[in-house]
Design a protein around this ligand. Structure first.
Ligand SMILES: [Zn+2]
Length: 306
């Protein structure tokens, strides 16, 4: 009799354990692997922290002053690391590099060398490169009202003139563009920046948000990164009043958003709603009409390689 009771007790306990286990496991969330890569910061905070990003850090004027600026640039670059990979990253991640050169397949010698970096319509892509010693000859400092940082930022003369007009036009529309985060960057600065990102994220990954040296539009001296918001270097910049105004109006002053949303398979870069390149007013108007990405548009223009 006692044995029977013990057996029943054992049975009841076992049943309770089975039911409990069912409840516990039933409540567990899906154990699907987390997406290999970045979605937005809220959904995957840890990953997002790990996988920073963007392409940008401050520009330096030239090699003489580069060393002086190095520390400052490093500071800025670190600051920028707070940025996050953006929406367009979601589509191709996991599978990884849909565009550009693979982790080990990069071969600088196979690239077309851009003959003249001064040419406003020069095709800067992952298949072309500027010469390592190319540096625009007419760089000018951007005025302090556009640059609240301690770093000096340079842009080519014509692009700067148009940027000033654009800035005023935004102001007239009640939009303060706040500040330029980065403009001209030398080959060596880009080299250092890309190496740093590549060492932390791997080359293929880094190349989604940062250009290899020679392949950055920033080396042209005609490209700016707008910022000064709480979402600098993030896809969310597109939804700020500054980002919206620029998307609607920048082309009127010759500036084009190089890396739009959902076009990573064409441009090779994630969505960068803060990054604008000056190509001249007429060309920018024509580009707008075309509905193409900048890279596709420039492919229709004469290019000279050496
Ligand atoms: Zn940029």
């Amino acid at each position: 009799m006692q044995g029977f009771i013990t057996l029943r007790l054992l049975l009841v306990v076992t049943i309770i354990m089975i039911i409990s286990a069912g409840i516990i496991f039933g409540c567990l969330p899906d154990r699907d692997p987390a997406p290999a890569i970045f979605t937005d910061d809220e959904s995957t905070p840890e990953q997002a922290e790990d996988l920073p990003v963007f392409e940008d850090s401050e520009g330096s004027i030239d090699d003489e002053t580069a060393d002086d600026l190095e520390d400052q640039q490093d500071e800025e670059a670190d600051e920028e690391d707070r940025g996050q990979l953006s929406e367009s990253g979601e589509e191709t991640m996991g599978g990884s590099s849909s565009a550009g050169n693979g982790e080990s397949g990069f071969d600088r010698d196979s690239l077309d060398v851009i003959a003249d970096g001064d040419y406003l319509l020069a095709l800067v892509s992952k298949e072309t490169t500027l010469k390592s010693d190319y540096k625009p000859s007419d760089l000018q400092r951007i005025p302090s009202y556009m640059n609240s940082s301690h770093t000096t930022i340079y842009l080519r003369a014509e692009a700067l003139t148009k940027l000033e007009q654009l800035w005023e036009a935004a102001e007239a529309d009640g939009v303060n563009l706040l500040r330029i985060r980065s403009a001209y960057r030398s080959y060596s600065t880009q080299d250092r920046l890309f190496s740093d990102y590549a060492s932390r994220h791997g080359e293929a990954q880094a190349n989604r948000f940062s250009a290899r040296p020679g392949q950055s539009e920033h080396q042209l001296g005609t490209t700016v990164d707008f910022g000064g918001t709480s979402v600098d270097f993030q896809a969310a910049y597109a939804d700020t009043e500054q980002g919206r105004w620029l998307a609607d109006n920048a082309h009127l002053y010759g500036f084009v958003m190089s890396y739009p949303a959902g076009k990573e398979h064409i441009t090779g870069y994630i969505f960068e709603p803060w990054h604008y390149r000056y190509i001249g007013v007429n060309a920018a108007m024509e580009w707008k009409q075309s509905g193409k990405t900048l890279i596709e548009f420039l492919e229709t223009k004469p290019q000279t390689f050496q």
